[in-house]
Design a protein around this ligand. Sequence first.
Ligand SMILES: C[S@@+](CC[C@H](N)C(=O)[O-])C[C@H]1O[C@@H](n2cnc3c(N)ncnc32)[C@H](O)[C@@H]1O
Length: 288
Amino acid sequence: MDKIFIPPIKIQGIKTKLLPLIERNVLPLDELLWVEPFMGSGVVGFNLRPQRALFADNNPHLIAFYNAIRFEKISSYIVKNFLTEQGKILSERGDDYYYEVRERFNKFHEPLDFLFLNRSCFNGLIRFNREGKFNVPYGHKSQRFSKAYVTKIVNQVRYVEESLLCFDWKFLCQDFRETLAQIDDSKQVFIYCDPPYIGRHVDYYNSWSVEDERTLCDTLKNSGKYFMISTWLQNKFRINSCVEDIWKFCRTEMQEHFYHVGAKEINRNSIVEAVLMNYEPPEENNGL
Ligand SMILES: C[S@@+](CC[C@H](N)C(=O)[O-])C[C@H]1O[C@@H](n2cnc3c(N)ncnc32)[C@H](O)[C@@H]1O
């Protein structure tokens, strides 16, 4: 992977940093259908570029956004005009306008408004409250949608648009149980799962329990398909006991990375993340 592609919609838990580890351990995808039941931003599948893929998530707004590109309801050209125009209004009216768009999105759920909010809200977060309403505040910055920023987003949308012309990629809004139930025996598939971390319920679409983790594990095991899941192993404070309890039959490859919370050295924490697989290492990486 020469250059990592960053998707237009950002989410918490985006696996950009884990991509090299995933790429080294994934099986050659030429003959396999890529199934990603927790697509999130889509950064993993979008960078591995399988010929055929099923991307799913229980967050309807992520799926609606990619389906709008797939069915040509929105294009890079439309995005450029929209963000340029809306960005101009935002620079004139500031906070008031951001909250107006947020309200509009919570009523009509338009994919372009979702993109606008995701790229102008505080810290680029997506978070939905108990009623499923987007509730992230404005991320103050003068010239939010500068010409360079709009171009960057437009290029990200164009990447997906062009990929959809070459590849057979589908997007479905559904629970992971449904996605996994859809895989029939005849399909040659590779399943990549990146579920939310247990106990870190951050928003409406991200609750996750030990029971969910067990169901996921049993379903994957019984499917008889190749799978990989990504998770965390340990940080400064805790060890993820699920890996030992639930996933102990899997092969584990790990990677440590540092993240900063503020400028001081003392705030430089490390986390060990891992990919867990039910197959032996690929003999040689096919350069995906
Ligand atoms: C850790 S994120 C995935 C991140 C993604 N791999 C990336 O790099 O952007 C987990 C995703 O799972 C979705 N999700 C949570 N519970 C789910 C469920 N029961 N079924 C399907 N998707 C679910 C969330 O909406 C979220 O997008």
